[in-house]
Design a protein around this ligand. Sequence first.
Ligand SMILES: Cc1cc2nc3c(=O)[nH]c(=O)nc-3n(C[C@H](O)[C@H](O)[C@H](O)COP(=O)(O)OP(=O)(O)OC[C@H]3O[C@@H](n4cnc5c(N)ncnc54)[C@H](O)[C@@H]3O)c2cc1C
Length: 1019
Amino acid sequence: MQTSDLESRTQEIGRDLFARARRAEKSSPSDGLLDRMLMKWGMRDEQLKAQLFRFIDVLPVLSTPRQINSHLRECLGTVRARLPPGAGLALKMLPDDGWLGSRAAALTRSNTRRMARRFIAATDLPEAIRAVRSMRVLNLAFTIDLLGEAVLSATEAERYQAEYLHLIGGLTSAAADWPTNDLLDRDVATDGLLPRVNVSVKLSSLFSQFDPIDPAGTSAMVRIRLRPILRLARRTGAFVNIDMESYAYKDVTLRIFREVFAEDEFRDWADVGIAIQAYLRDCAQDLQALADWAVRRGTPVWVRLVKGAYWDYETVIAAQNDWPVPVFSEKSETDANFEAQTSFLIERHDVLRPAIASHNIRSIAHALAEAQSRGLPPRGYEFQMLYGMADPIKAALVELGHRVRIYTPYGQLLPGMAYLVRRLLENTSNESFLRAGFLENLPEEQLLMNPLELLRRKRHATGTGANGNGASFGRVASATRNSADFRNDPLTDFSREEARQSMRRALEEVRARLGGSIPLVIAGRRIETGKTIDSINPSRRDQLVGRVAAARIEDVNAAVRAAKTAFPEWRDTPVERRADLLSGSAHVLRRRRFELAAWEVFETAKQWREADADVAEAIDYCEYYAREMLRLARPRRRDLPGEENATFYEPRGVAVTIAPWNFPLAILCGMTAAALVTGNTAIMKPAEQSAVVAAKLMEVFEEAGFPPGVVNYLPGVGEEIGPALVGHPDVSMIAFTGSRAVGLVIQKQAAQVYEERGQDHIKRVITELGGKNAVIVDDDADLDEAVHGIVASAFGYAGQKCSACSRAIVLSPIYDAFLARLIEATRSLKVGPADDPAYSVGPVIDDDARRRIAQTIEQGKGEAKLVYAADVSSLAEQGCYVGPAIFADVPPASKLAQEEIFGPVLAVMRAQDLDEALAIANGTKYALTGGVFSRSPGNIERVRREFRVGNLYVNRKITGALVDRQPFGGFKLSGTGPKAGGSDYLPQFMVARTVTENTLRRGFAPTEVGETVLAAAGE
Ligand SMILES: Cc1cc2nc3c(=O)[nH]c(=O)nc-3n(C[C@H](O)[C@H](O)[C@H](O)COP(=O)(O)OP(=O)(O)OC[C@H]3O[C@@H](n4cnc5c(N)ncnc54)[C@H](O)[C@@H]3O)c2cc1C
């Protein structure tokens, strides 16, 4: 069929479908009042919609009328003015409890449950069987999907697997008695029978550590749990479809699909399928690859072609991370691609059996026209739609003799809420066909328009070219540098194969270079000292990362001399040049990104993502401080007629930067970059454990072009050279990040003024010290998110971050449920070497740390209940491993709750209410980071006000601060305050000078615009 014929046939079929659907709509019962109100409000007002959906999301965990009513008031209170007049008033008057309060709460609950039941077919197996049975009576086939909470542990994954086995077993035995329905069961293409039972499975639910960074390991683990499901399905005659989730999971999902169905046991099984998303730019390429694979396999598979359920999520995640947007940005592009891929599937139906999943009459009509034109008979392919949606369209297709399969979710209301909210969002989205066609009743002509034509018109109207609408979050040109244009360097997306390959290659290359000698660098000269420090890989004790020269006292003196000598010229170097050198350093860091990350993996046992983030942060510091300095370099003017005032900054002199090992590049780079760009000269004293990575930073600064002596590299044993450096009379300032004990000693040492040795200044000290960071878990928190966020905050990089969570303060009503899930989630973390992405927790930094942490755990048993401690004995020979440990019922005054441990040890504490939780949270000497998981707007507001920490995070993990977006640093005994990566930081490295000039000469003074005016005094 010609394109124009295909188009006119599509239009014809579309009009017919509309007519049939409208007839069916008239005869079907309409939606409930609440649904309609929600849809109407939601469509009118995005803010109101967001608040309504937030309330629906939290409702299942609210148990008392007081909780329900107060959440309703809090959620809708902020948008009360936008509610219809009656509703706004009712909300205001709503009592918390009493008869009226209880009635109102019960009504809210029953209405929401009813609405959920519109999209969720059943809550248990007997109900599910009844539901699908009645669908068959209406000539509708089904695929069942089990709704569940996020799978955070092996136990939860096993439960999910068991539920699927139960579901398949139950459905197939019930189905044995069902009469054959040719419309649903007869496969026209093969003239065989299709399975009556069809289930849809989400692979991420089968493995809690499902992670695209390790596709091989993830595939292996998922397949272990998937095979029993497949075996049972095959044996009992059920069909298994694999759902598609977010983009990050797409490649690994496709890989698992191909791997498992190429296994001998399943290779010749045709009753399997996978969902493919047409909103993805990769879609065509993936389908082509799938077709090629299916040819090699020798047995066809089904493809459920969908547009995709995560459009908003994908665009937000891409924007947040500054990654390329994987989805089309125009709805008509998705629609056009859906049609193109429909054509592809119909053409390749011999290997990819088409299941067209859409509620869009245009998309469906196109598929029908295409199938007709290629001679594919009805039921040689099928249509699929969601339960509770587009029932009139389903009826129209059935009337025309097509097989329509209903995606039928089943499960409890609580885990089902996320699904309900997704459906409501979909139905009220601006771009939704169902909204346009059946709620807003737009003209059919418009609804049936060819998406390519729509695109053409839109582009014509906006004047954009073929690719002009691809959202781009590209970087700004460096020529336009200023603080406002700063963008964080994107983290590497390890779900992409190219990224993983680059990292693997870098690890190989660096591995081959381990064990070299590393000299000091003073005034540009390499110096061996005859004394060395061995830097060892904590993951594998037998691996020497580098042999680093250890500075002696004479080297300290030489370094300070070199820095002092270089200072005057560097101070007077134009600030643009200094900023350029920092941007140049960022450039070198970018070029060496994977290599530097690989050094971190070996030397400090950072996992891939952690190491990559550390390099990105170093880049950010360089770019951000370069811009900040250009801003600060402009003198502050306060000019009056006859008087000019300028306040401007100057550097202090020689800065010593003393850095820890846990962010081996970023922190050292940040402190040193700040010192250098402000015009100080610097001596870098890295931690002994990360001196090799620091040497790489020195190389970066040298390559960028910093003159000799301006920056010097002085590794050594802290106790030996630290006091000499800090106390040196020619050192003007010290920037230190590390332990509280050492930080306080430095403060004291630096306070001593050695006038007799020529010291003519008071030293400035910046210290960033530790924390005893807490996360409060409110009684309405989303436990999926809270457990996930706390596990990441407490055990990421084995808890060795000053921002790490070491206390979880949980409100009593959910304490037990939280603790049970937390323990299981932690048990599922795999501990092992950092270079292997299969492991989510690595070793601690060295054996001293290992012993100290192990001892703390031992002693902690006397204070609280040790509810979980990972057994890492099998790794003891290999490296410095301490597995995650969790203490429960920890008393707030105990050492476990008060002292920083700097390892993977978490204290869980119970609080009766938010007052107590806040008192516990604030009840330490530290104030660095903190967090709260809550869905109560009122409680979140209160925690914002009263949880006094430097960095507070709401409903997310508490680690991973980004330069500029989250300037980092705390107060109390957590440090002296100025936030790294924020606008207060650079002024600490400078002194301010003010120059006032009297410009009045004999009664005349120049004005700002260069005129002269008669000064009032002279009149
Ligand atoms: C049986 C069935 C199973 C499904 N399984 C999955 C699955 O496994 N994984 C999955 O991700 N989805 C799945 N979906 C798809 C998804 O849940 C939506 O139902 C579907 O995308 C809606 O498309 P539509 O053609 O019905 O509606 P339409 O209203 O025509 O299209 C809406 C869709 O267009 C896309 N879109 C919206 N705005 C834009 C924009 N600005 N630019 C580009 N594209 C845009 C989005 O994908 C949105 O969902 C499934 C759908 C069905 C019916």
